[in-house]
Ligand binder design. Structure first.
Ligand SMILES: Cc1cc2nc3c(=O)[nH]c(=O)nc-3n(C[C@H](O)[C@H](O)[C@H](O)COP(=O)(O)OP(=O)(O)OC[C@H]3O[C@@H](n4cnc5c(N)ncnc54)[C@H](O)[C@@H]3O)c2cc1C
Length: 498
């Protein structure tokens, strides 16, 4: 029998256990998988909000949605409620659903803007089932034949533990121990083994760095450069704290802007996750904690935890025989819940390009290029929320409102201002529906409209738009409440009705 390639996963947070589980699930005939982690060091454990791509990822790897939700006390997420972002007192929801019906010629918002100019058309929100359902606290995975676009809020620590259990059943070997050193072959530049405390050594053919922000393998040992993006995304700290539930969980994440940063609110079946993201350039850690504690409801159940980070990415997440997945490859703050998605896409990309033969030069190049494009698209989308604000009530917002932005984003904003055009990038995460919701939500209104909306007589345009609103309303009326749906679909393991 052909000798299996030995893959070492260094680190066992969400990135490490997702990687180990997925490799074991699909490639265990070809690979021997060993995961090294240290209980002494622990994990970040705060990645609790996800985006809809998580569902397809779970489907690829045969992860049962209901079991996953029960094990992680998960709730459904239909989007993010952005409160006080464009200016204090204003809010909008970035939902995962489609807004109205577009044509090949123009996005739906072009027709809607034409309607508004003619004095009809209602609000953009009226055209999206997921958005209306979020506002009314309703949810089902489907209405009739139509699936809703949804994601999850979950307990990240429970998720990693559950994946660990599943991985070990699939044959992944877990080694407990602190990695003290990484041995690199001086001739090839490849990693050969990890040195653990108590003189233990773990050797392998291919290494996956899931060691978190330190980036022990790719950063420390292979010295791959970190590209710093903190001039565009200045946030570098977060306080996180959990509270008791104060009511039924809502099917959306809240992102509430304050003068010094923004606060998240993530409802699970059993508790609520809260946190405040801020920049140490503009606010002290103590003041940020006071802001967070002064703006949460419900009794705290954990000590507040401070997390320190830097925005940016390793320029080559695959180098020699090592790929970084998770925080070891970089970090973009959690405003649009993209980190777990980036773990998942890196992993699928790696599996698509996996170097079974040992040859990897071209695959490495392709992996690094696609990953760069993907991260830059996420970075631009996050910057949009900060840059496109009218807030001028603090140093924090003044910095963001007036800073330079990447050319790629500046180009996108110019074109939208000029004629409302929106497009999807080559390696694309955010769809046009997302860009439109956030650009309009942040108060960026195009000066001109596409002529498509004027091709129809206003009466006909109104008839078509009214039809779309009626269809959303009819579907909405069929949805149960979010908590009723959870109770019958995926009540958390061991949860009495609280
Ligand atoms: C404030 C905040 C909020 C976030 N919110 C979200 C969110 O809502 N949605 C989302 O998708 N993502 C979010 N994230 C990101 C998310 O938390 C991470 O992407 C995710 O947890 C993956 O982390 P990781 O596994 O790469 O690293 P870690 O969790 O840090 O795991 C690193 C692993 O490496 C091991 N390790 C490290 N050093 C050694 C050593 N010397 N020897 C042995 N083992 C070692 C550790 O023990 C651990 O097992 C958030 C992050 C932050 C900071």
């Amino acid at each position: 029998m052909e000798k299996k390639m030995r893959v070492i996963v260094a680190g066992g947070g969400t990135a490490g256990w997702t990687t180990a589980h997925c490799l074991a699930k699909r490639l265990s005939n070809m690979l021997e998988i060993i995961l090294v982690e240290s209980d002494q060091i622990g994990t970040v454990g705060v990645g609790e909000a996800t985006i809809p791509t998580m569902r397809r990822f779970h489907q690829f790897f045969g992860i049962d949605e209901r079991e996953f939700m029960r094990e992680t006390q998960a709730t459904f997420k239909l989007g993010i409620d952005f409160v006080n972002w464009s200016k204090p007192g204003e809010s909008y929801i970035h939902s995962f659903g489609d807004i109205g019906e577009s044509t090949w010629l123009a996005g739906f918002h072009q027709y809607w803007m034409e309607a508004k100019a003619n004095g009809f058309g209602g609000s953009l929100e009226d055209y999206c089932l997921e958005l209306k359902a979020a506002q009314e606290d309703k949810f089902a995975t489907k209405v009739g034949d139509k699936s809703l676009a949804y994601a999850f809020h979950m307990n990240a620590t429970a998720y990693a533990k559950w994946l660990r259990k599943k991985s070990e059943l699939l044959g992944v070997q877990r080694v407990e121990g602190k990695i003290n050193e990484i041995n690199v072959d001086p001739v090839t530049g490849n990693i050969t083994s990890l040195e653990l405390e108590h003189d233990r050594q773990v050797a392998g053919d291919f290494f996956i760095d899931c060691s978190g922000w330190r980036g022990l393998l790719l950063g420390d040992a292979l010295d791959v450069e970190f590209e710093d993006w903190s001039h565009w995304i200045a946030s570098d700290r977060a306080w996180a704290v959990q509270t008791k539930k104060t009511g039924p969980p809502v099917p959306y994440t809240s992102a509430i802007a304050h003068p010094i940063g923004w606060q998240w609110h993530i409802p699970l079946q059993t508790r609520t996750g809260n946190g405040l993201v801020f920049s140490s350039k503009f606010c002290s850690e103590d003041d940020a904690l006071k802001t967070l504690l002064g703006n949460i409801t419900g009794e705290t159940t954990t000590e507040p935890r401070l997390l320190k980070f830097k925005t940016g990415r390793r320029i080559n997440p695959w180098h020699k025989n090592c790929v970084a997945i998770g925080l070891s490859s970089g970090f973009i703050e959690p405003l649009e819940s993209t980190s777990i998605h980036l773990i998942n896409t890196s992993l699928v990309r790696l599996m698509n390009l996996f170097p079974f033969s040992g040859e990897m030069e071209s695959s490495t190049e392709r992996f690094n290029r696609e990953t760069r494009l993907e991260w830059e698209a996420v970075r631009d989308f996050i910057i949009l929320h900060y840059k496109q604000t009218q807030r001028d009530d603090s140093e924090f917002w003044n910095y963001y409102r007036t800073m330079d932005i990447p050319d790629s984003l500046a180009h996108r904003l110019e074109i939208f201002k000029e004629n409302g055009y929106v497009w999807e990038d080559e390696v694309n995460l955010f769809r046009t529906h997302s860009w439109v919701q956030v650009m309009l939500g942040q108060g960026l209104i195009p000066k001109n409209r596409h002529g498509a909306g004027r091709m129809l007589p206003p009466k006909e345009l109104k008839r078509q738009l009214d039809g779309m609103i009626t269809s959303v309303d009819q579907d909405l009326a069929k949805l149960p409440s979010h908590s009723d749906f959870i109770k019958q679909y995926c009540p958390a393991v061991g949860l009495s009705d609280n």
